[in-house]
Ligand binder design. Sequence first.
Ligand code: ARG
Length: 400
Amino acid sequence: MGKDKVVLAYSGGLDTSVAIKWLEEKYNLDVIAVTVDVGQIEELDKIRERGLKIGAKDFYLIDAKEEFAQDFILKALKANALYEGKYPLVSSLSRPLIAKHLVKVAEKVKASFVAHGCTGKGNDQVRFEVSIVALNPELKIIAPIREWKMSRQEAIEYAQKHDIPVEVTKKSPYSVDENLWGRTIECGILEDPWLEPPEEAFKLTVAPEQASEKPKYLEIAFEKGKPVALNGKNLPLIKIINQVNKIAGESGFGRVDMIENRLVGIKSREVYEVPGALSLITAHCDLEDLTLERELLHFKSRMEIKYAELIYYGLWYSPLKEALDAFFEKTQESVSGTVKLKYYKGSCQVVGRKSEKALYDYSLATYEKREDLFSHDSAKGFIELFGLPIKTWAKKKADG
Ligand code: ARG
């Protein structure tokens, strides 16, 4: 019988490159490297070459961009998902998808182990491991970086000793994760929450003060909650996300600087570039304001908070998450129409919206006497009964 195998989530960076050798040495396993493309702009060909050269027995490059957009981003958008009201879950959304492909490959090549390159301080380790066990509870998980406790310098030395190409060891001051839904930036100088992030940390957005003096407009059309067209032109979802990222980013919109509560108990300072995600969520929310009945709208917004938490906590594959998906899907039946966004030097404002499904009724809302159909007389009785409990309470109080 041959050696057992481990399927490693491989990014091509220093840590996962070192992990290829380390897994072989420490656990005597054949390493199968898997890179899942979720829209990170990197040289994917080079990653394959590097992985194989270091000693991976096989390499899989999986283009999961379409799946990421349709099955992950779109669900999050329908739920306007923002962790702590600010973070559109960039990394949190990609982990369950990467996990899904790791498990698929592991089953295909009959590997008993799956490995990921997360540290012991973050949320990503939780998301990978909980997703993997949810999809295949038999698989065993190894987290080399959490286990080996090497400093960055030691990892570089290990790389040099084992002939691992050192171009990957060039010291970047930040830890970055990137995909279709945005970019996350951590570490380095950003660990001091008082210091303003330096301009070099950003890639998808220009500084608001550098953006054009001319406002830019964007019309986003939705069908049942899904973005389908930009400025009147029908486009596939991935194209829409990419284009909105570009236009909003050039307008200096989409930077988030926040203190975030990690699942593992740490408060951390996080910097995000999410021009497309925040634009689409802003537009989508506004269209819901126009098309959803009040009680549904209010109830949905409470579920959105829970949903974002579940995704952040790594519970993508869980019964509550699935049930909430069914709820959100139902709510989107009437969410069709167009929203007009205006970008100006770092701001993004909704300045217009229209829909055939609009519940906005001009004859009810207008203050123009001639067209007004609202029953002013009914207001009196309504307020009497609505305020009755308060009146009763106030009377009692006055009586002592
Ligand atoms: N704080 C974010 C999250 O927990 C971003 C994590 C980024 N991950 C990374 N490996 N750099 O989702």
